[in-house]
Design a protein around this ligand. Structure first.
Ligand code: SF4
Length: 392
C-alpha cells in the first residue's frame, strides 16, 4: 500500500528518428498510436485497482514525442483525472514542430501546466547535423508560442558537447533560452550510447566527438552564465529561474511508469515494462506488462534515493529520516565525511548541498551511470522484449 506516487506515461512515437537517440521510440503510425493509447488506458485501470485510493501527486509524459499524438494525449490526461485523485503538476515533453496554436490550446485546456520544449540547440547548422527537422528561428518561435499559450513553466531542453559544437555555441544556446524568458533550462551532455550507431554517424560526417576538457569548459560556461542571469542550479544539468517550480521526470521518490519501456519504483521494487510496443499492447490485455525487475534491499533503496538527491544538488537529512526511519548521519556518516573533507559537499544545518567541485564529479558519475547501468538495461530490453536477466 502506498499513499501517493508520481505517474509517468511513455509515448514512444516520433515522426522521425534522430541518430543520437537512446530512448525507446518508433515511427509514428496513426492506427498503432490509437491501439497503444487504448493499452495505456488499460494499464492505468490496472493500477487504479492495485493502488486503490492512492493520490497521484504529479504526472509527467515523456517519449518518444508525446506531442505527436496531442489529441489522444489530452484524452488520456482527462482519464487520469477521472481514475485517480490527482494533485500537483502535469508536465509534457514537446517537439518544436508540434507547437502550433491548436495543439498548444488543447494541451493548456487539458490542465497541462508545464511544457518541456525539446529544442536541443538553436544553432541551425548543429540542428542539421543531429538530424532535427526545424531551424534555429523555428525553435525560438516554438518556445515563444509556448509562453504565449500561458503554461506556468516552460522548460527549454538543450544538448551540449554535440559534434562540431564550440563553447560559444553552447553559451549562445543558453543565453537565447534565458532571453526568451525560460522558467527552466535543462542542458544535458550528449551521451553516445554504443547501440545507437551515433559513433559511426559522426565519423561518416567527418566530425569529432567533444573531448572531456572541452565538455568541462562548456559546463563551466553554462553554470557561470546561469549564475549571472539569476538562475539557480536545481540539478547538475538544470537551471531554474527564481520562484519557478522545478520540472523533472527522473527524480520522484515513488513512481509508476505506464507504457512500453516505462520504469516504476514503488513498494520496494524497481521494474520495467517490456520495451516492445506490440508485446506491450498484447500483454496489457492480460495483466501488467512487466519484463524485468528487482526487489530493492533497504540499503539499495536508500542509495537510490541519495543518488537522485545528489543529482538534485541537495540532500535533506530530515527527509531521509522521515522516509527510512533512520538518521542519515548514522547510516552514511563516513561517506558524508569523505565527501565533505574532499570539498564535494557543503553542510548547512539539515541541508547538504553539492559544491561546484562535487557537481562536476557527479556529472561524471551520472555519465558513467548512463554508460554502464542505463546502457545495459536499455540495450538488453531493446534487443529482447522479455530478457531473462540483465546483469551488472
Ligand atoms: S530524440 Fe526525441 S524526437 Fe528524436 S528520436 Fe529520440 S525521442 Fe524521437
Amino acid at each position: 500500500t502506498i499513499k501517493s506516487f508520481g505517474l509517468y506515461l511513455h509515448i514512444p512515437f516520433c515522426r522521425r528518428i534522430c541518430p543520437f537517440c537512446p530512448y525507446n521510440k518508433c515511427l509514428y503510425r496513426k492506427d498503432k498510436a490509437d491501439e497503444y493509447c487504448r493499452a495505456l488506458s488499460q494499464e492505468l485501470r490496472r493500477y487504479k485497482e492495485i493502488f486503490h485510493g492512492a493520490r497521484v501527486d504529479s504526472v509527467y509524459v515523456g517519449g518518444g514525442t508525446p506531442t505527436s499524438i496531442t489529441s489522444n494525449l489530452v484524452q488520456l490526461i482527462d482519464e487520469i483525472g477521472d481514475l485517480f485523485n490527482t494533485c500537483g503538476l502535469i508536465g509534457v515533453e514537446a517537439h518544436p514542430d508540434d507547437l502550433n496554436y491548436d495543439n498548444l490550446r488543447l494541451l493548456r485546456n487539458a490542465g497541462i501546466n508545464m511544457l518541456s520544449v525539446g529544442v536541443q540547440t538553436f544553432n541551425s547548422r548543429l540542428l542539421r547535423i543531429i538530424g532535427r527537422t526545424y531551424d534555429g528561428i523555428a525553435a525560438q518561435r516554438a518556445v515563444r508560442a509556448a509562453f504565449d499559450a500561458g503554461f506556468d513553466t516552460v522548460d527549454v531542453d538543450l544538448i551540449f558537447a554535440l559534434p562540431g559544437q564550440k563553447v560559444e555555441d553552447v553559451v549562445n544556446d543558453v543565453a537565447v533560452s534565458f532571453e526568451l524568458g525560460a522558467h527552466q533550462v535543462s542542458t544535458y551532455p550528449l551521451i553516445i550510447f554504443p547501440y545507437t550507431g551515433m559513433d559511426a554517424y559522426i565519423k561518416r560526417l567527418g566530425l569529432k566527438k567533444t573531448g572531456m576538457a572541452a565538455e568541462k569548459e562548456m559546463l563551466e560556461a553554462i553554470v557561470s552564465l546561469a549564475e549571472k542571469c539569476g538562475y539557480r542550479r536545481t540539478s547538475i544539468w538544470t537551471f531554474t529561474r527564481e520562484g519557478a517550480p522545478r520540472y523533472s521526470s527522473v527524480t520522484r521518490e515513488r513512481f509508476v511508469g505506464i507504457g512500453a519501456g516505462a520504469a516504476s519504483l514503488n513498494s520496494g521494487y524497481f521494474y520495467l515494462n517490456t520495451f516492445d510496443v506490440e508485446q506491450y499492447i498484447e500483454t496489457v490485455r492480460k495483466g501488467l506488462p512487466v519484463s524485468v525487475g528487482m526487489k530493492l534491499p533497504v540499503r539499495v533503496e536508500m542509495l537510490y534515493w541519495l543518488y537522485w538527491r545528489m543529482y538534485d544538488m541537495e540532500i535533506s537529512a530530515a527527509r531521509f529520516e522521515e522516509l527510512f526511519q533512520e538518521s542519515l548521519q548514522h547510516r552514511f556518516g563516513l561517506l558524508l565525511d569523505v565527501l565533505r573533507f574532499s570539498g564535494m559537499i557543503a553542510v548547512t544545518g539539515d541541508s547538504i548541498r553539492l559544491t561546484k567541485k562535487g557537481a562536476y564529479f557527479f556529472h561524471l558519475v551520472e555519465k558513467g551511470h548512463s554508460w554502464d547501468y542505463l546502457c545495459r538495461v536499455w540495450a538488453g530490453s531493446l534487443r529482447e522484449p522479455w530478457p531473462s536477466q540483465i546483469s551488472f
